[in-house]
Design a binder for this molecule. Sequence first.
Ligand code: NAD
Length: 258
Amino acid sequence: SRTYVVTGAASGIGKSTAELLQERGHRVIGVDIAGADVVADLSTAEGRSTLVERVRELSGGTIDAIIANAGLASSTAATVAVNFFGAVATLDGLRPLLAGSAAPRAVATCSMASLFPPDEELLAALLAADEAAALHRAGELVAAGEQPASQIYGTTKQALARWIRRAAPTPEWAGAGIPLNGIAPGVVATPMTAAFTGTAEAREAILQQVPMPLNGIFEPRDVAYLLAWLTSEENAHLCGQIVFIDGGSDAVIRGDST
Ligand code: NAD
């Protein structure tokens, strides 16, 4: 049996993943802003240190896998704080606790929304890990009110995917024997997407923006199987991959650019 840390464990994909891992006999330390083993607000520096301290206490100092999944989809500065800086703090902060595992693994939940054009200024601030500049730029975008609803969200997810690509092959991750990867889901029916998936009309409208020719909108459990595999002992050689579990939206939108 292995010990997994899952952030965003109180709802949607994180909840389903925690349930799947527990059914398989593993120990899960769930993290969320409420209703979890570790209650921490990953949009704040305080919450990020609480996460590391509490997971260290509850685990006894060794974990086998990190699933950095917590996220927000609103066009707000909080989305920037959680989706990028919260995810990076989860991965970097918990990485030392993987040192005692015989098969350490890490994965973060990105999104197919990373395929949409980013806000370049926000992206640059994120890639520079400049949280103050990123929050400032997000505030400007919110105040201007003109950006497409998905722009802040998509930019945070693109930055997270790029961070994973850069970090995965380094001595800290690959050099320490830790596969670090990301997943990029298409539209999954969770509380986050209730407004897009609640009615037949809404589903049709979202599928115009996010083409998913293979089996359409899907359930959190379908994502849980992939997260569980990526963090299992069976995955020892994927390094810095962003696996699109998206019913084909990447294949449609990016076409030939592999
Ligand atoms: P969800 O809203 O059901 O779950 C997200 C969880 O993250 C919630 O429990 C929430 O409380 C937690 N969270 C948010 N802010 C937090 C904070 N500051 N500190 C701690 N926890 C916080 O949504 P979901 O659909 O299960 O989303 C899970 C992940 O999947 C997110 O990263 C999301 O961006 C990503 N994603 C979802 C979809 C989709 O279609 N549902 C598609 C692509 C990517």
